[in-house]
Design a protein around this ligand. Sequence first.
Ligand SMILES: NC(=O)c1ccc[n+]([C@@H]2O[C@H](COP(=O)([O-])OP(=O)(O)OC[C@H]3O[C@@H](n4cnc5c(N)ncnc54)[C@H](OP(=O)(O)O)[C@@H]3O)[C@@H](O)[C@H]2O)c1
Length: 243
Amino acid sequence: METVLVVGATGNIGVSAVQAALHSGLQVLAIVRNQASAEKLFLHLGTRDRIITVEADITSDSGVRSVVDRVKDGKLPPFQHVYSAAYLRQIMNVNFESNFCKSAIRSTLMHDDELMSGAVAYRDTVPYLLQQNHPKATWTLCTGASGDWGLRAAPGMTQGALFAMANVGCRDNADTNVRFNEVYLACRVEVDSSAKKTGAMKASDFAPVYEVILSKPEIKGCRISVHGPADLKDLKVKKKFEA
Ligand SMILES: NC(=O)c1ccc[n+]([C@@H]2O[C@H](COP(=O)([O-])OP(=O)(O)OC[C@H]3O[C@@H](n4cnc5c(N)ncnc54)[C@H](OP(=O)(O)O)[C@@H]3O)[C@@H](O)[C@H]2O)c1
């Protein structure tokens, strides 16, 4: 059975990625912060079936690598797909109004854990996927429209950097076995229990986006844009670069 490694598995987007993988008949290797987070994931999903959790600090330089090393040692199952849905709250309180020059730029450039966790996950998993040479391998990165809106400095600049990372991933893997894609999210998605209260899009409603990505080999090097519910019915898929 193919396995999806989910980075940030217990968050809003991670839960939807896990749901999508399970609906697609795949197994999940979920990186979790600790056992309490793992239990939160099982609670959101209502099942433990086909989910293996592994603890790692995704903000650490060696966090994802330690997971890949355990896979290589045969202690965890091999994976063919990666979904990166990490989000680090500590930088989010910095806003444009507060103290842009002094703290936002410093925070974004020097403590940009969100970008770092995505980049580290990429660095530590893509070589493994290339080595495995599985014909259906995928790597999916969730980015947010705050990088275009510029309403708050730290998330805006972080997402801008993630857009660039998506460009590199698409170019880097254009001629490889790895289908790299970016999911660009311009609306709020939350785990179902939370979305029911706030009116945000439910993670379970968002999950089919990743199911389509997993199932369609022609979606490679693309940005899939989701601005609202209408984009779930008719996916907006656009190639990042012409061949
Ligand atoms: N949700 C949206 O509507 C939305 C919109 C646009 C873009 N995005 C992008 O999607 C990504 C995920 O967003 P989200 O809403 O799913 O975030 P979230 O709900 O805050 O989830 C963050 C995930 O990262 C994990 N994490 C954070 N620090 C960690 C650490 N040190 N070690 C291990 N795990 C750690 C969290 O684990 P714990 O559960 O243990 O805290 C959680 O699984 C972000 O890049 C965000 O910018 C999301």
